[in-house]
Design a protein around this ligand. Structure first.
Ligand code: IMP
Length: 194
């Protein structure tokens, strides 16, 4: 399976970089940019599983090629599991990462329980069959941003057992313990066992 080609159904350049780092060179990841696909990928379900599946199906239906997609949510206990499946647009349709972080922190000003987790579901469509892989990482939400690496909610997420936020860690460290790292590693093990 070495040098096998897989399409990664995302327009998110941060995710693409992370996935390439996690997978190394045993698989060639084809991005949507490589395919000259410029449109939006629909993401209209109200579960992470549903969205991962929808994104992978959408690209498979267009190309007929082996592909995978991920969907991630940050689940914060003090916010009853929000932003969860709405993590990308938590502060509104046109929001950016800073707006989302601001909304999370303002909703947690008086929170004593700061527990949270990133949950990632990867859907793989391989030879027309669908497979799903999950990865989770537990941690806490700190009250101020720290670090400039990574993306999204990384500057306020401190994983359990570490004294650096995801945004303070070098990429190899985040990828080694992250939700996405775990889900993708599970997918690769599955492909390697075929
Ligand atoms: P998506 O729906 O899987 O694209 O992810 C939803 C949102 O979750 C993204 O726009 C980011 O804000 C956030 N997110 C996803 N993965 C990560 C991560 O690894 N670190 C921090 N934030 C993330």
């Amino acid at each position: 399976m070495s040098n096998y080609k897989l399409i990664f159904a995302t327009n998110n350049s941060h995710k693409l970089r992370e996935i390439q780092e996690i997978i190394g060179d045993s698989y060639k990841i084809i991005s949507l940019k490589d395919l000259h696909f410029k449109g939006e990928i629909p993401e209209t379900h109200d579960t992470i599983e549903g969205n991962a599946r929808q994104k992978a199906r959408f690209i498979f239906d267009k190309t007929g090629l082996d592909c995978f997609a991920d969907d991630t949510g940050l689940e914060i206990d003090a916010l009853d599991g929000r932003p969860g499946v709405y993590s990308a647009r938590y502060a509104g349709e046109q929001c950016n990462f800073a707006d989302n972080i601001r909304k999370v922190l303002s909703g947690m000003e008086n929170a004593t329980n700061r527990k949270a987790r990133f949950r990632c579901v990867v859907t793989l469509i391989f030879k027309g069959e669908e497979y799903s892989f999950e990865g989770k990482v537990e941690g806490i939400i700190i009250p101020e941003k720290k670090g400039a690496e990574g993306f999204g909610y990384d500057p306020i997420f401190l994983p359990d057992g570490f004294d650096q936020t995801f945004a303070e860690m070098p990429p190899y460290l985040k990828n080694g313990i992250s939700h996405r790292g775990k889900a993708i590693t599970r997918m690769i093990r599955f492909l390697e066992a075929l």
